[in-house]
Design a protein around this ligand. Structure first.
Ligand SMILES: [Zn+2]
Ligand SMILES: [Zn+2]
Length: 352
């Protein structure tokens, strides 16, 4: 396809500029996609403030993408023009110790759309062979809109977390953190048959629409622990998911999980503030498992699209702000301040 497109290019910390660039060429073994929506991710917000991994500059950010195939490479037979697709960012190497064992989320050489490859804050994105083969490109089910499909990526990690830890009927899952991911944890825990308790602060009230079994104001950590213990008849929760970007709730989690229960560290903490003090006696005497959960396996995006199509995740409830490429900084502010749960970028807003 000839012509130019608008793209928001990351130039450096807190500096994104909309530029007119040539529409990327469709690779012989790849596809060209017209981007319909791209979500602003917590990771994008971190990158915006701290810089891209490896000091990458001059890159189009964004990786929660939905769009439509407008061109296919000469060697591509399995995809057709007009097909609706959802993308997720990770591209695994296919060769390392983890990839050989199918653990693509733990790949030692993994690359990302929006960092190593141009991302979705643009009107078009071209996917090369490497992304087609080792990344995430999924057809969007008919019952899902482009808007909802752009929300599948953040849902993928949450579904993968609950599948791996084995959340099931009768369990109580406590989620610490009232951001969009905390809200998704409520819905996924319910879909897996468990009860969901959410702890939050400033944005707690808005989590009510996702139907938690209990909402706990976490401004006083001690009384919040007591509320969880009361809810579980003094036993504690089966799982405590820490979906907050700081370490204090990690320490708190050990006090509200039951013996033999599991604490999952879901959100990363800032590099210079990631050291936590955990009461090792609680881990020892209560036989608590402390684990992490990061990204998702090869079926991750497909699982999330299924959950949205099946109405287990009420995607539209999250998507309460849409901005143009020119207003990304404002979109980031809206997410940070909780004015919107999830902000989408529509690269065609205010454009032809
Ligand atoms: Zn994301
Ligand atoms: Zn690998």
């Amino acid at each position: 396809m000839k012509g130019t497109m608008k793209a928001a290019v990351f130039k450096g910390i807190e500096n994104i500029v909309v530029e007119e660039l040539p529409i990327p060429q469709c690779p012989e073994d790849g596809i060209l996609i017209k981007v319909h929506f791209c979500g602003i991710c917590g990771g994008d917000i971190r990158n915006y403030s701290n810089g891209l991994r490896g000091g990458v500059k001059e890159q189009i950010m964004g990786h929660e993408i939905s769009g439509e195939i407008v061109e296919t490479g000469v060697n591509v037979t399995s995809w057709k023009v007009g097909e609706r697709v959802a993308l997720a960012p990770d591209v695994s190497c296919g060769k390392c110790w983890y990839c050989k064992r199918g653990l693509v989320n733990l790949c030692q050489e993994h690359k990302m759309l929006g960092t190593h490859f141009p991302g979705g804050y643009a009107q078009y994105i071209a996917l090369p062979k490497e992304v087609m083969e080792r990344g995430f490109v999924e057809k969007i089910p008919d019952e899902i809109s482009y808007r909802e499909a752009a929300f599948a990526e953040p849902v993928s990690g949450v579904v993968a977390c609950h599948k791996r830890i084995g959340t099931s009927a009768g369990d109580t899952v406590v989620i610490i953190g009232d951001g969009p991911i905390g809200c998704v944890h409520i819905e996924v825990a319910h879909a897996f048959g468990a009860k969901a308790v959410i702890l939050g602060r400033r944005k707690l009230a808005r989590t009510a629409q996702f139907g938690p079994d209990l909402m706990v104001q976490n401004s006083n950590p001690e009384s919040a622990v007591k509320e969880v213990l009361d809810f579980t008849e003094g036993i504690g929760a089966d799982y405590v998911i820490v979906a907050a970007p700081n370490v204090e709730p990690q320490m708190q989690a050990l006090k509200m999980v039951r013996k033999r229960g599991t604490v999952v560290i879901y959100g990363g903490a800032p590099k210079n503030a990631c050291m936590a003090q955990l009461d090792s006696n609680l881990i020892h005497y209560n036989e608590i498992t402390v684990t992490g959960s990061f990204s998702y396996p090869a079926v991750g995006l497909e699982d999330a699209l299924y959950m949205i199509a099946d109405k287990k995740i009420s995607a539209e409830k999250y998507l309460n702000a849409t901005v143009s490429l020119y207003d990304i900084a404002d979109g980031i502010r809206k997410s940070k301040e909780g004015e919107a749960i999830k902000v989408l970028i529509n690269p065609w807003l205010n454009e032809k």
